[in-house]
Design a protein around this ligand. Structure first.
Ligand SMILES: O=C(O)CCC(=O)C(=O)O
Length: 263
């Protein structure tokens, strides 16, 4: 979805665009706002993230876990400090507008990760990032968890743009499909690659089936992955946010991150 010049200036989607974004999230499981974040912001975030990833992968256990066992798909919990806690990422006005319209104003966040397809990465198994809340149901519930991805480079087929299955967030396991591998079920479904330019912001229903793909380039391919929960969801993984960062957060930021530890 392309933002208009006036939406960029105001940091706000028009009602018509918001309705379109919500429809895409509801029907397909995700919506992409192309180049929603400025180039210079992305460049700075990418260099911080690449530097931190390289440091992270100097640790032998991390190399074994992510480069070997996870075939080059690296998940790193970034430090909950700047630049990662920049309001442009965690309180992005376009993302907020979409997920608050979809999930209400008491949304909270306790999970902030990065997804990297390291050069030479392989194909991941098809998975969803959350399991059905009520596995016995054969009807899908409304959206209750979303991930906001911010692409730090152009995502291309060559560097491993994520493969997603539109509509799969609405597929349930309630008719005896719990034991069937998603690979088998996906063989009959249409998929697409999230080939989008750097700075694109994606809001994706966490139930959507997807997989990381091979990065055949020599460039690191990373997206930020910030997960927001409808208020009734509360998981045990929380972040420790330094009080200096907390003190500087706007009220809306404190509201969203209220279930974390502040130290
Ligand atoms: O990086 C990607 O394209 C997807 C990664 C992913 O889904 C995961 O690591 O769980």
């Amino acid at each position: 979805m392309e933002l208009t010049a006036s939406e960029r200036r105001q940091g706000r989607l028009t009602q018509r665009h918001l309705q379109g974004a919500l429809r895409r999230l509801r029907d397909t499981g995700y919506v992409a706002l192309e180049r929603a974040l400025p180039d210079d912001w992305i460049t700075q975030m990418r260099s911080a993230c690449d530097r931190d990833l390289k440091k992270y992968l100097r640790i032998k256990e991390n190399r074994e876990r992510f480069l070997v066992k996870n075939k080059g798909h690296v998940g790193m919990f970034p430090s909950p400090t700047l630049p990662y806690m920049d309001p442009m990422a965690i309180l992005n006005p376009f993302a907020l507008q979409i997920f608050e319209a979809a999930m209400g104003h008491n949304v909270f966040c306790t999970f902030y990760n990065t997804n990297t397809a390291w050069p030479g990465s392989g194909v991941q198994v098809i998975h969803r990032d959350t399991q059905p809340l009520f596995p016995e149901l054969s009807v899908a519930l409304p959206v209750h968890m979303v991930v906001v991805n911010i692409m730090l480079v152009d995502f291309t087929v060559e560097n491993g743009a994520t493969e997603v299955w539109p509509g799969s967030h609405l597929l349930t396991d309630g008719r005896g499909d719990r034991e069937v591998p998603l690979e088998e079920r996906a063989a009959f479904l249409r998929s697409e690659r999230t080939t989008v330019p750097a700075g694109t912001l994606v809001v994706r229903d966490l139930r959507m089936w997807h997989r990381g793909m091979p990065n055949q380039t020599d460039q690191i391919r990373t997206m930020l992955a910030i997960v927001y929960f409808r208020d009734f969801m509360h998981r045990n993984d929380v972040m420790t946010i330094p009080s200096a960062v907390w003190d500087d957060l706007p009220e809306h930021g404190r509201h969203l991150f209220r279930h974390n530890t502040i130290k």
